[in-house]
Design a protein around this ligand. Structure first.
Ligand SMILES: CC(C)(COP(=O)(O)OP(=O)(O)OC[C@H]1O[C@@H](n2cnc3c(N)ncnc32)[C@H](O)[C@@H]1OP(=O)(O)O)[C@@H](O)C(=O)NCCC(=O)NCCS
Length: 152
């Protein structure tokens, strides 16, 4: 199996299905990064700054896109972003990426962030968003991505 194919859930253009009710129980997609939230990442309220979290999610989706496309990939669009719950200093944030659409040169991922709370050790979904990446070649121009996506 080519590296990164496991980020996919199905064939064709629109790849993701959705199981209403299960979405807050378990992460969807493949673990891409895990990082601890530090005091330097806080906002004026003392919670973790949304921009930091967005950045982690973008990094996570970008890793998935590079793995899937076997090369460089850049963010072209962030189509939605929902901050459900605050992240606190000391929480361990895990970002999961699920490939939901493959185009000619683009890959769209649903990215979720889950926080493992430092006080309770309960895991909660804190954010989710939809990120699109374009595979690029050495010249910085779009290049084709593989379309041989199989059922996960
Ligand atoms: C990525 C980049 C090379 C694409 O160049 P381009 O000339 O716009 O390319 P195209 O118009 O051919 O579009 C490429 C793909 O992006 C998709 N795309 C373009 N705009 C989009 C948008 N707003 N949302 C989702 N997908 C989009 C196109 O549909 C196309 O996908 P497909 O080939 O799968 O059909 C160029 O836009 C770029 O360098 N952008 C800056 C990227 C960057 O710096 N990102 C980091 C930001 S901090």
């Amino acid at each position: 199996m080519r590296d990164g194919k496991r980020f996919a859930k199905g064939g064709g253009q629109e790849l993701a299905d959705s199981k209403p009710g299960d979405q807050d129980k378990d992460p969807r997609g493949e673990l891409s990064i895990r990082v601890a939230a530090m005091p330097a990442d806080t906002n004026a309220n003392g919670d973790i700054f949304g921009g930091w979290l967005l950045s982690q999610m973008d990094i996570a989706g970008g890793i998935a896109g590079r793995t899937y496309s076997n090369g460089r990939a850049v963010t072209i669009a962030i189509e939605s972003m929902t901050f459900r719950k605050p992240v606190k200093v000391g929480d361990v944030v895990s970002c999961y990426a699920e490939l939901i659409k493959v185009g000619t040169t683009s890959m769209t991922y649903r990215v979720e962030a889950w926080a493992l709370r430092s006080d309770t050790f309960v895991r909660e979904k804190v954010t989710e968003g939809v990120f699109t990446y374009v595979a690029i070649g050495p010249d910085g121009r779009p290049r084709r991505v593989p379309r041989d996506v199989e059922e996960a």
